[in-house]
Write a protein that binds this ligand. Structure first.
Ligand code: FAD
Ligand code: FES
Length: 274
């Protein structure tokens, strides 16, 4: 009999880290495959996480491909499935199928300066790229990481971002002033404008709310970045994850197969179905 492509692997939640509190809080789940039945992945790929009896959600794999012991998923509580995942405890079993989608072409970026710009839970899809670039620090030029959240309590990976300093220039922002805040106050695109980045030999990668991405790309282009130098990911709703159901369709693309990683040169010519 042929293998059922929708059948998830069983995985155990080995640990949970509370990242951001609140109704739309974020938790990071560290997931292990107890029978050694895991899978390799590339930076930018996703996996379908299932909670039995509730449903499935497509989630970016936030750990670097070099990390073999577990897969990391940082999940915002949004609705039915993500709330069910948030209610789970270490030791609970989830379904994981994947990896799905394309990847960031990091191997083509060796020797270049990298500028990462994230907002909210949008740091998760670009986190494996940042981690891999920093782990191979000598392969890349200057690394800059911009990240913004609504308030200081909404900053995910807070300690890990601090630990990046030294290997990368880290520029944090919150939307409005707070007592004791040392970083930038204002939206992420404004923080980027405040610290203009040279397009020379550089690649910029951005992920976050669509409105943030729109203005980040506008500002990067204003700084002289070419469309081919700007990468982002798109999050069309997905069901099958394998190019069969058409749920994620954008133009001629199945985003679950051809995406979610696109250069702006590719994306700007696609119909606005993302
Ligand atoms: C490629 C890809 C990568 C993703 N990576 C992450 C990640 O790393 N972390 C994370 O927290 N989330 C990620 N998401 C979004 C995540 O899949 C959805 O938030 C989740 O499926 C919502 O499921 P739910 O049952 O909890 O919400 P539902 O009850 O289905 O919906 C709740 C609300 O969220 C909206 N919604 C549902 N799915 C999406 C979606 N894909 N995009 C925008 N709005 C949606 C619904 O319209 C509704 O308003 C990703 C999505 C894609 C396609
Ligand atoms: S999610 Fe089914 S085709 Fe992409």
């Amino acid at each position: 009999m042929s293998k059922n492509i929708y059948l998830p692997k069983l995985a155990r939640i080995a640990g949970i880290k509370d990242e951001v509190p609140g109704a739309r809080g974020i938790k990071t789940f560290f997931v292990e495959f107890p029978d050694g039945d895991g899978f390799e992945h590339e930076c930018g790929q996703c996996a379908m996480i299932s909670v039995f009896g509730k449903g499935e959600s497509m989630i970016s794999i936030a750990s670097a491909p070099a990390v073999k012991e577990y897969k990391q998923f940082s999940i915002m509580r949004t609705g039915r499935v993500t709330t069910a995942i948030h209610d789970m405890k270490p030791g609970d079993i989830v379904g994981v199928r994947g990896p799905y989608g394309n990847k960031f072409p990091l191997e083509n970026w060796k020797g270049r300066n990298l500028v990462f710009i994230g907002g909210g839970v949008g740091l998760a899809p670009i986190w494996p790229v940042i981690q891999t670039a920093v782990a191979n620090r000598a392969d890349f030029g200057k690394i800059s990481v911009f990240y913004g959240a609504r308030t200081s309590r909404d900053i995910m990976y807070a300690e890990a971002l601090e630990a990046l300093r030294g290997a990368a220039d880290v520029h944090l922002s919150i939307d409005a002033p707070e007592e004791g805040w040392q970083g930038f106050c204002g939206f992420v695109p404004a923080n980027l404008l405040d610290k203009p980045q040279s397009p020379d030999n550089a690649v910029a990668v951005t992920c976050g709310p669509p409105i943030m991405i729109k203005f980040v790309i506008k500002n990067l282009i204003g700084m002289g970045f070419a469309d081919e130098q700007i990468y982002t990911t798109i999050e069309n709703k997905m069901k099958c994850g394998v190019g069969k159901c058409g749920r994620c369709n954008a133009g001629k693309d199945y985003v679950c197969v051809n995406g979610p990683v696109y250069s702006w040169a590719q994306l700007k010519d696609m119909p606005q179905e993302y």
